[in-house]
Design a protein around this ligand. Structure first.
Ligand code: KIV
Ligand code: ZN
Length: 511
């Protein structure tokens, strides 16, 4: 029988730390449920000591999942460890994940500590964590740039104190596959109590080697891999879950391991993440990109028609990309809408289903066919939309070429539940709306990105707008969709303001 490699998903922690990937409370819980459906072994739900919002999200996730281990990250400080425990203690299977840097550069410049002090702190952190739970993971931050012998001493010490998992991160994506595989083998052979813990790896992608390093580590004895959906994470990101799982599945001949992941949930999971964080999936992204299963050239198409495996090493169905036949429209009933929601991986309660049903009916009055992408946009808009400080109530714009009157917008919106109205001008309709909103909100952030796209084909397609705003050293992405592209612009702008507000709160909580 093949050995098991445990999949530790850190989309909600390392992933959420990456630029533009902030998620609100409901979105985090929703994604955590999808990760459970995907079949990951461990979900790192967040960093509870970072802010009140992070704490509450980790707690809600811990309380709502059945199967996976729920991990909370903490520095090797007693107060952080206690806070992490408070957040995860209601989980069916809680894990404290504590970390401390072990490389010379981090110890000297970041921590201002000697190696002996770091060794003691690591011991003490694991000891403290073990007072709360039997499942304790220790990460030696920047392990790949640490002295091997020192790293081995730290690993031995934390295992002695009761760490059940020792994680070896390539924090800055510096390692090369052969070297990283050797490091894992060295630790497994030179840490006297290595057999009492699982060795884990956590690879960043700064040189594009996160997957190669993770595979090399697994081949050399690591039995837990830390990954994120779509590879999101600090800087260039982490090893992508879908790439690791499918590498193990497709190349069983070389890596004889199994995971608990249901590969058919890969595509729905990555799509959900992309919708939540408002960042599209690049067409060329392995496994999940639009082009990953597209065959354009005549020779390839001919080959595919003769035998699929001529140009496909896995089927789209194996990662949940099969096309579907249910097309929704004006006449679709509750059952059809309900079954489409399940097919897309959404499990909603009755009230949420009703919200979606009403929104589908409204859209179907304006548009003949409701595509999967429309449904996903509706669910996000109606069910998971951030209930922030600002909400659009009504909007009207006047524009065109008739001289004299500049484009004008009249905006009615809620600010903390109170209705406000204002009108203003601009270079064009969107500029007029954004000027008016800034006037009402009271500040003007820098607009760093603005993308408009049609979610589906046809002139009646729903429009999707993504806006990135920056203010006071923070930036946030907002997303809005609507049958009217101008309304989508306003929704995206307010969504970005709401997310900026969330980040500001977080910043203050961290001070
Ligand atoms: O990259 C890293 O070293 C980390 C640790 C906290 C595991 O994210
Ligand atoms: Zn990391």
């Amino acid at each position: 029988m093949s050995e098991r490699v445990h999949i530790f998903d850190t989309t909600l922690r390392d992933g959420e730390q990456s630029p533009g990937a902030t998620m609100n409370h409901n979105e985090k819980v929703r994604l955590a449920r999808q990760l459970e459906r995907l079949g990951v072994d461990v979900i790192e739900a967040g960093f509870p000591a970072a802010s009140k919002g992070d704490f509450e999200a980790v707690q809600a996730i811990a309380r709502s999942l059945e199967k996976p281990i729920v991990a909370g990250l903490c520095r090797s400080l007693p107060a952080d460890i206690e806070r992490a425990w408070e957040a995860i203690k209601d989980a069916r299977r809680p894990r404290i994940h504590t970390f401390l840097a072990t490389s010379p550069i981090h110890m000297e410049f970041k921590l201002g500590k000697t190696p002996e002090q770091v060794l003691e702190m690591a011991r003490a952190a694991v000891r403290t964590a073990r007072n709360f739970t039997d499942d304790v993971e220790f990460s030696a931050e920047d392990a790949s740039r640490s002295d091997r012998e020192f790293l081995a001493r730290v690993a031995e010490a934390v295992i002695e104190e009761g760490a059940t998992v020792v994680n070896i991160p390539d924090t800055v994506g510096y390692a090369q596959p052969q070297e990283f595989g050797d490091l894992i083998r060295y630790l497994r052979e030179n840490v006297p109590n290595a057999d009492k813990a699982t060795f884990s790896v956590h690879c960043h992608n700064d040189l594009g080697l996160a997957l190669a390093n993770t595979l090399a580590a697994i081949d050399n004895g690591a039995r837990q891999a830390e990954v994120t959906l779509s590879g999101i994470g600090e800087r260039a990101g982490n090893c992508a879950l879908e790439q690791l799982v499918m590498s193990l599945n497709v190349r069983r001949d070389l890596h004889d391991f199994e995971t608990g992941v249901d590969s058919e949930q890969i595509h729905p999971s990555c799509r959900l993440l992309s919708l939540i964080i408002g960042q599209g999936i690049s067409a060329y992204q392995p496994i999940i990109g639009r082009n990953a299963f597209a065959h354009e050239s005549g020779i390839h198409q001919d080959g595919m028609l003769k035998h699929r495996q001529t140009y496909e090493i896995m089927t789209p169905e194996s990662i949940g990309r099969a096309g579907t036949d249910i097309v929704l429209g004006k006449h679709s009933g509750r059952n059809a809408i309900g079954s489409k929601l399940s097919e897309l991986g959404f499990s909603l309660d009755e009230e949420q289903k009703q919200q979606v049903f009403d929104a589908v009916k409204t859209l179907a009055d304006k548009k003949k066919r409701i595509y999967d992408e429309d449904m996903e946009a509706i669910v996000l808009e109606e069910v998971y939309r951030l209930k922030g400080k600002y909400r659009l109530r009504a909007l009207s714009v006047q524009t065109g070429t008739s001289g004299g009157v500049p484009p004008t917008a009249a905006v009615v919106m809620d600010v903390d539940g109170e209705e406000r109205k204002l009108s203003g001008f601009g270079m064009g309709p969107v500029d007029a709306i954004y000027n008016t909103i800034c006037e009402m909100v009271g500040y003007r952030p820098t607009q760093e990105q603005f993308n408009i796209s049609a979610i589906t084909g046809g002139t009646d397609a729903q429009g999707e707008v993504v806006v990135r705003l920056a203010h006071n050293g923070q930036s946030a992405v907002g997303r809005g969709s609507d049958g009217d592209i101008i309304v989508a612009c306003a929704k995206a702008y307010l969504n970005a303001f709401n997310r900026l507000g969330m980040k500001e709160e977080r910043k203050w909580a961290q001070l």
